[in-house]
Design a protein around this ligand. Structure first.
Ligand code: AMP
Length: 276
């Protein structure tokens, strides 16, 4: 991978990079398209990263349709696919981890201890392998975007992070590799996340700036879905990820639920009063 990237750099080509865990859907492909627009050569990685999954999470059952993914990546113009094995990335005696503090603690960090340490570690390792000029992440995983941006800034890394919008199904549900786990009833109720977030955006447009009021609307909407159990619904500053009562700058409204029958974790978010 590094040999390929060094050659590209020597030729003066800008490398655009899209890290993924595979089971590619149109959301992933939209990031690839973004990479193609802002670089000369687009690289995608597929790696289901064991260190970002908790012991009781879905690492072993995570979908891995590798051959179909290769086809999809290639037919969508991906010029290099990096798909290392866990043993390559984490050989015996591996002990080094990247710890971004404070902003990894709330939201998904509180529900999934150790998750972001796994994310920052693998993303830094992938960056060192692919040596991109620009890497593209989806706003779907907003906290991840904020954490990676912070890591790149704090560690003086010579690259740019771009954030692409969340791609949605026609009913508004955010595309996710995990949507394939959902029962038909869970899938029909998953719409309540985007619906609640949309209602909050509408209220903000009508002048409501108290986050409490908007959070109540989102929570009520999700609570109507009998198959969904709320993990969190929160409004935080996009900079500090601290809770905020009033929308005075870019505010992340983020929600996470677990479905009751298949036990699938779903997240969604919107930024009100600015962007990431
Ligand atoms: P994953 O394979 O789930 O780790 O996701 C790889 C990248 O794709 C991450 O940057 C995600 O934020 C992004 N992504 C996942 N779902 C979507 C979506 N629906 N729209 C846009 N980007 C997405």
């Amino acid at each position: 991978m590094q040999d390929f990237s060094r050659i590209q750099r020597t030729m003066g080509n800008r490398i655009g990079f899209v890290p993924t865990m595979g089971a590619l859907h149109k959301g992933h492909l939209s990031l690839l398209k973004y990479a193609q627009q802002v670089s000369d050569v687009s690289v995608m990685s597929i790696f289901v990263n064991p260190t970002q999954f908790g012991p009781a999470e879905d690492f072993s059952k995570y979908p891995r349709p590798f051959d179909a993914d290769c086809e999809r990546a290639k037919s969508n113009g991906c010029q290099a696919l990096f798909a290392p094995t866990p043993a390559t990335m984490y050989p015996k005696d591996y002990v080094t981890y990247v710890n971004v503090r404070t902003i990894t603690e709330p939201l998904c960090g509180a529900i999934r201890p150790g998750h972001f340490e796994g994310v920052t570690t693998i993303v830094l390792k992938l960056f060192n392998c692919v040596m991109p000029h620009i890497a593209i992440f989806g706003q779907k995983d907003a906290q991840q975007c904020i954490v990676i941006k912070r890591m790149v800034l704090d560690l003086n890394m010579d690259m740019h992070i771009a954030i692409a919008p969340t791609l949605r199904e026609s009913d508004g549900v955010a595309m996710s590799s995990r949507n394939s786990y959902l029962t038909p009833l869970e899938r029909s109720q998953a719409i309540s996340l985007s619906k609640g977030l949309g209602m909050a955006q509408d209220l903000f447009c009508k002048g409501v700036v108290q986050t409490g009021e908007l959070l109540t609307v989102i929570t009520q909407q999700i609570n109507q879905a009998t198959e969904l159990h709320i993990e969190y619904v929160e409004a935080v500053s996009t900079l500090s990820l601290e809770k905020t009562d009033i929308i005075a700058g870019p505010t992340l409204f983020a929600c996470a639920v677990r479905t009751k029958t298949s036990g699938t974790r779903l997240i969604d978010n919107c930024i009100i009063g600015g962007s990431l």
